[in-house]
Design a protein around this ligand. Sequence first.
Ligand code: TGC
Ligand code: FAD
Length: 399
Amino acid sequence: KTQTPDQILQVDEIFEKEDLEWAGVVRSWLDEHVRDSIGDWYLDGTIPARELAEGLGELGVLGMHLEGYECAGSTATQYGLACRELEAVDSGLRSLVSVQGSLAMFSIHHWGSEEQKQEWLPRMAAGKAIGCFGLTEPDVGSDPAGMKTRATKDGSDWILNGAKMWITNSPVSDVMVVWAKTDEVNEKTGEKGVVRGFVVPSDTPGVETPEVQRKLSLRASITGEIVLDNVRLPESAMLPKASGLKGPLSALSEARYGIVFGVTGAARDSLEEALRYTDTRIQFDRPLSSFQISQQKLAKAFGQYSAITLTAAHIGRLKDSPAGVRPEQISLGKMVNVDTAMNIARDLRALFGGSGITSEYSPLRHAINLETVLTYEGTHEVHQLTLGRAMTGINAFAN
Ligand code: TGC
Ligand code: FAD
């Protein structure tokens, strides 16, 4: 008699029944619409973002944790469980949902004017408008305080100049949340330059979004630049409530939270696939699953999967609690869960022998995708240093 990892772990004692039922709905939708195609999209280096966004909008996962404006207003745990199912298929799919709901929609929802919310959020929740989020620049990644993109005033208009790099979905977006520095005096430094957010329709004259080519990781996701050449925007394009790095960092907290849950899906899928394969592949007249070394690999991966699932559940509960979750707690989850999920996927890949390097089986695809996840939304090292700072009180990022 065999048991699945989730049966041994008794996930129904970790999460509420109705939340797991919701995860089941997401999983069934993905089985029907995505799972069979993902290997081909990965090899082709693309994803049908527009068609998928509309489907995911109907399913109700885009901005599902936000209130009002045709968003579902679900709990953080329910949102996390949706991310887990999405990333069990591919990190690129979870990225699409993270960028839409946690980065672009959250920024407008949290920091935007009523008009901005009315204009964009219902369409984005339905997947009829695709959003992206431009923080990183060619010369500025881990240290966004050093951004070079500038927003200057011309009468009541804003003029944006600069470039953003590595922006998920910029080439297929309808709207961009772009972070730039204005000429205002920064109260902390006493120098000119305050980080502000701008809601930029992607067809605004002066905006270009060349696609990043030749990626080896996160291939089922579209990545681009945002080039801003004298982009003129009305005064109303600025997010009125965001001033300083807190604006983008608050959105990053939301998306990092989704990753904490999401990567447990990639780990679970690797484990389930390895169990299926080792059960049917015969060598030396025995199934691979009967060898002690195979079982050791499976048991080790299962132990690690259990730990990251419990970590995600804990952080979800904190986020759903009245006090909320703190940035360093999210850093803990992102640092541990991404690294561990990547190790699980990589170790299990070996059980597939030669077949494991093809797109027929998911663990290597997950492991390679997780290389990107380790880097974006704050690199592994940024989260280590965030935790180091929280524990020692010393900022080791810079002098
Ligand atoms: P620090 O001095 O710590 O903070 C500046 C202000 O921000 C506040 N804050 C936060 N607020 C909300 N949530 C958070 N997580 C926050 N973290 C900080 C903080 O309270 C402060 O507010 P105030 O009022 O005092 O001004 O800032 P720092 O300069 O020390 O931060 C350093 C560091 C390295 C931690 C930060 O710059 C950082 O996180 N860097 C990493 C950059 C990053 O993650 N980029 C990601 C780009 S987006 C992306 O990758 C999308 S991938 C999408 C996909 O496809 O899924
Ligand atoms: P760098 O910051 O140059 O870091 C290089 C190395 O130096 C890393 O190992 C880093 O940890 C290390 N390092 C840097 N500073 C320190 C320090 N103080 N101490 C110790 N080590 C340090 N960004 C967006 O804004 N929007 C998006 O939608 C988006 N999507 C992305 C999609 C993909 C596929 C990828 C790959 C990236 C995406 N990013 C996005 C960008 C991503 O957030 C950045 O790549 C990331 O923040 C790291 O920045 P960087 O690449 O410039 O690396």
